[in-house]
Design a protein around this ligand. Structure first.
Ligand SMILES: COC(=O)c1ccnc(N)c1
Length: 239
């Protein structure tokens, strides 16, 4: 998979070359390009932003540098991802879908965002996803890109050693993962649930499913409602 990131802070994306991602890149499973937006500016001050039409606080990123950058970096048909607090929620399902695609281009916005015409114009050359990683505002999209690139690349075949650990992730089946334990069996007065020491794999699987449902009901009832809705729709379709 090819991943390109366009940003005015290329050094912010240095962690992409570390650890899991670094190894994946070394093994040719993913190739990453980080590009400084300012190389596509057209003035001596390398200006990337301007005052917002209609007034209001802050600055908006100008469309011209972005247009030239995307024409230079984005292969036709490649998904453009624009991290923004005003985007659709980024989900594990999105990560799984994007992991099957040949490439991704990420546009990191600063200030009050990027002139909307960039996303609108870019939609003519391929899918554009304006996505949020949560209900909070950051100074720029770079942190969100680190999050999304990690979520996507860990799903690429060969990146995570034990494939099962990916398939039993939280959100992989629409539920939160239950609690995990390792040795010692008793620690500071806290014991590992006996079923996990029983060797009864059917009972262990039932217990894990129950804990996953219990935790999801307690922490993310919205996920449980969505799962129920989906199950009901499937049942109605089968009638
Ligand atoms: C500038 O970008 C953001 O503030 C941002 C991007 C993606 N998700 C968010 N929750 C915020």
């Amino acid at each position: 998979m090819r991943i390109d990131v366009i940003t005015i802070f290329p050094e912010y994306l240095a962690p992409l070359r570390q650890s899991l991602l670094g190894k994946a890149a070394e093994r040719g499973l993913v190739s990453i390009g980080v590009h400084d937006l300012r190389q596509w500016t057209d003035d001596v001050h390398r200006t990337v932003d301007d005052a917002p039409y209609g007034g209001g606080p802050g600055m908006v990123m100008r469309p011209e540098p972005w247009g030239r950058a995307l024409e230079a970096v984005r292969p036709p048909g490649t998904r453009l991802v624009v991290p923004t607090p005003a985007g659709r929620p980024f989900t594990q399902a999105m990560a799984a879908e994007w992991a099957t695609e040949p490439g991704l281009v990420f546009a990191c916005g600063r200030y009050e965002g990027i002139d909307q015409r960039v996303a609108d114009w870019a939609a003519d050359a391929g899918p554009v996803s304006e996505v949020s990683i949560g209900d909070y505002v950051l100074a720029g999209g770079e942190s969100a890109v680190l999050v999304m690139v990690e979520a996507v690349t860990r799903l690429l075949p060969g990146v995570v050693g034990n494939r099962e650990s990916v398939e039993f992730d939280s959100h992989a089946d629409g539920l939160l993962e239950g609690p995990s334990y390792t040795r010692p069996a008793s620690w500071r007065g806290h014991d590992v649930p006996p079923v996990l020491l029983s060797g009864d794999h059917a009972a262990i699987a039932r217990w894990r499913r129950a804990e996953s449902l219990r935790r999801t009901a307690a922490r993310r009832p919205d996920l449980l409602a969505a799962l129920a809705e989906g199950a009901l729709t499937d049942a109605e379709r089968d009638q």
